[in-house]
Design a protein around this ligand. Structure first.
Ligand code: DGJ
Length: 729
């Protein structure tokens, strides 16, 4: 619902539990008033008076004036009195700064407009979604800024984006264009983010805010392993289950900046959007530029409350794939089993073993094309290597299908190996700065997806493969950060646009391939979770979470990712030991429970498993099939964090609506001597209900399980896992 108090220039946007309010000082300056609990009316809201203070500049606003420095801006700008990091910045054709933009008009529309060329939340007719469009304008330059706010009441979510329009006669250059800017008083909040590195994605970082700007972001061309395009501020007392949190996720896969700036007056400014350091955009007369979308969530129910809102909106309104609500197949991938050394014949025993266990999909990873026997060649040459696969993909897919599995295939569409036919034919198709060499990473270069002809050719090549064999799953990998980010094909005055144009090109390729092949399940990957973001999830409803497949490492990675991303989107595989990344040996059962907790699969030579592990693997598959709907679509609750205490415990659970059935998972990383019994307090059960622990005689009331907790019969030893199914009696 959007309420307009036209007399006072106040707008209140409300979901079922949240309100977001903004107003207009002097009918001109958009200011932020509230983001928090639901307000029934605008009555209690007042516009800020931003008094004069020593050194303040009084900026003319409408028929009055304001000290912009202390004023809670709605989309802050610099250069005329607000000295915080601005949300947007632009210069005119004479390189003079465009200093201000004042309210010109506003409208409220039903539903939500699409964002040109960018993935975004889509609304359905029953959602009751409404959009406020606020148009700001700078008179001298004729720059218009359209701020879009969409309310999705049932999802308890608000989305924001901005479109810049040059409605004048001279060019304008944008150098900043955030998706979200919110100013608010600080109440001892802490900043929460997901940071890491390759193999250590999504570490949950939480810290108090000192005065100054605190930011995470990416300049790597992709959202990156190092920082996730998500930001939250939380009450310092907030837990998984209680406490106030304001959070935003950016629907974008390129360079981004997420920043919280605390002023000496204890005000906060939250910014989220494209990273201005690698961004610049020329707006010719008549042109427009649209920022990516930010998804905003406010909750008083702690981090689980926040995550459940993100999960629902991403799963139900952002993901476009028809697979978003379908059970995702249990797969086996050959990468850790074979790396590049395989042939048609050597793969079949893995497929045979997988068939015996009830696995549903076989994914052929890197190495099936060109002359690729290692990572030094052939990216771009997407035609099958007949030496390894003499009967072609079709022949292999036929064998796989005959064994009752579907067939999936790996690609790395954005890359080219210097040692490839594609590169020999088009040496200029990679990102590069002329005269400065073309250094490689993993022996490869990044194709210039800012160029339409490059995108078109890659679409053509991939489509030819996808049409040639019954491929039902594509793993889309990306293994090099972007450097030398410049496209010689762009005119000089637009060359700084390459980074964002690359992302737009990527989205076009993804859009085209996924919509032309809707029956293929596409999965994202970037050396694991190098591009685990809402932008990719719009096209590909699941992503390989990390190249680190160690069960202990995965507890942290999956816990971290679950803060924002639905469980169905997090791919997790049981792999061999000693683990290939960390050398750790964990029990097969524990590896299973960690992978079963997400989008489940295997990545090891199943044919070489002993009898007992084969049996266990088949049991895992059967269990996952039985409970897949609950795991992939149910409510997910984090219970114990591997990021807290001595980091030795982790636990989570899944609940069915109505609390009739629950799956509980608990892990013990390092054991200690003489440990007191561990009771795990559950949530979301019916306090009066009685629950049976499946497979045992144990019965408990919901109140007992949520109060005293479930006593965990964890085995002695390190890396132990416990799982149980609770059913209401
Ligand atoms: C990186 C991915 O994350 C791995 O799973 C695997 O596909 C390799 N690339 C193949 O080169």
């Amino acid at each position: 619902m959007i309420i307009r108090d036209e007399t006072r220039g106040i707008f209140v946007l409300s979901t079922t539990e949240t309100s977001y309010a903004l107003g207009l000082v002097e009918g001109a300056l958009p200011v932020h008033l509230h983001w928090g609990a639901r307000l029934s009316s605008p009555a209690g809201l007042t516009l800020p008076d931003s008094p004069r203070r020593p050194f303040s500049v009084q900026t003319p606003v409408g028929s009055g004036e304001a000290n912009l420095d202390g004023c809670p801006a709605e989309y802050g700008f610099a250069g005329s009195g607000d000295f915080r990091t601005p949300a947007w910045a632009a210069i005119d054709s004479m390189s003079y700064p465009i200093l201000e933009a004042w309210h010109e008009s506003h409208t409220v529309h039903a539903g939500k407009p699409d964002l040109a060329g960018l993935p975004s939340v889509r609304t359905a007719s029953g959602d009751g979604a409404e959009t406020l469009e606020l148009v700001l304008r700078d008179g001298p330059s004729s720059l218009e800024i359209h701020l879009f706010y969409t309310v999705l009441p049932e999802f308890d979510v608000i989305t924001r984006s901005a479109t810049f329009v040059n409605s004048g006669r001279e060019p304008i250059r944008l150098s900043r264009a955030a998706s979200l800017c919110v100013d608010m008083p600080n109440r001892g909040y802490e900043m929460v983010s997901l940071c890491g590195a390759w193999g250590r994605e999504a570490d949950l970082i939480r810290h108090p805010l000192a005065v100054g700007a605190h930011s995470i972001g990416s300049r790597r061309g992709i959202s990156s392993h190092h920082a996730n395009p998500f930001l939250a501020i939380a009450e310092s007392s907030a837990t998984e289950h209680h406490g106030e949190i304001r959070a935003a996720a950016l629907v974008y896969s390129g360079d981004f900046l997420a920043q919280v700036e605390r002023s000496s007056d204890d005000q906060l400014r939250l910014l989220l959007g494209i990273n201005p350091e690698t961004f610049s955009w020329l707006l010719a007369p008549g042109e427009r530029f649209t920022t990516p979308e930010a998804i905003l969530v406010y909750t008083e129910s702690g981090f689980n409350g926040m995550s459940q809102r993100f999960h629902a909106i991403i799963r139900e309104r952002l993901m476009r794939s028809r697979f978003r609500d379908r059970p995702r197949p249990i797969l086996v991938n050959n990468w850790e089993a074979t790396h590049f050394s395989f042939t048609h014949d050597s793969l079949l025993p893995i497929v045979d073993a997988a068939a015996g266990m009830g696995i549903e999909l076989f994914v052929l990873d890197d190495g099936w094309f060109g002359n690729r026997d290692d990572d030094r060649t052939s990216l771009g040459d997407w035609s099958v290597n007949r030496r390894k696969i003499p009967r072609g993909l079709e022949g292999l897919a036929e064998e796989v299908t005959r064994r009752g599995l579907r067939f999936g295939l790996w690609f790395e569409p954005e890359m080219v190996s210097p040692e490839s036919e594609l590169f020999r034919a088009h040496p200029d198709w990679c990102l590069h700065v002329p005269g400065r060499g073309r250094p490689t990473g993993r022996n490869q270069l990044v194709l210039d997806f800012s160029r339409a002809e490059v995108c078109d050719e890659i679409i053509r090549r991939l489509r030819a493969v996808l049409d040639s064999a019954p491929v039902s799953y594509v793993k889309w990998d990306m293994n090099r950060y972007l450097t030398h980010v410049a496209s010689p094909s762009l005119p000089a005055e637009r060359r700084q646009e390459t980074a964002h144009r690359y992302v737009l090109g990527l989205y076009r390729v993804m859009d085209e391939l996924t919509s032309r092949h809707p029956e293929i399940l596409f999965a994202g990957c970037s050396g694991g979770g190098g591009r685990f973001d809402a932008g990719i999830l719009a096209y590909m409803p699941q992503i390989w979470a990390s190249d680190d497949t160690d069960a202990v490492a995965r507890l942290r990675i999956q816990y971290g990712l679950s803060l924002v991303y639905p469980i169905s989107s997090i791919e997790a595989h049981v792999t061999d030991v000693p683990n290939h990344q960390v050398g750790r040996v964990t029990p097969f059962a524990t590896r299973g429970e960690v992978a079963i907790s997400a989008n489940f699969g295997f990545e090891l030579d199943l044919a070489r498993l002993g009898e007992s592990e084969r049996r266990q693997a088949a049991e895992m598959v059967a269990f996952y099939k039985e409970h897949r709907d609950l795991i992939q679509q149910g409510a997910f609750w984090r219970l114990e964090s591997p990021f807290e205490g001595d980091g030795s415990a982790a636990a989570w659970m899944f609940t069915e609506e109505g609390g009739k059935k629950a799956l509980v998972f608990a892990f013990q990383i390092l054991n200690v001597a003489n440990r007191a019994p561990r009771f795990l307090r559950l949530v979301a059960l019916d306090p009066q209900g009685r629950y049976r622990v499946e497979g045992s005689e144990d019965e408990h009331t919901g109140a007992e399980l949520m109060g005293r907790g479930l006593r965990l019969p964890l085995a002695a030893g390190d890396f132990a896992a416990y799982r149980c199914t609770l059913r209401a009696m």
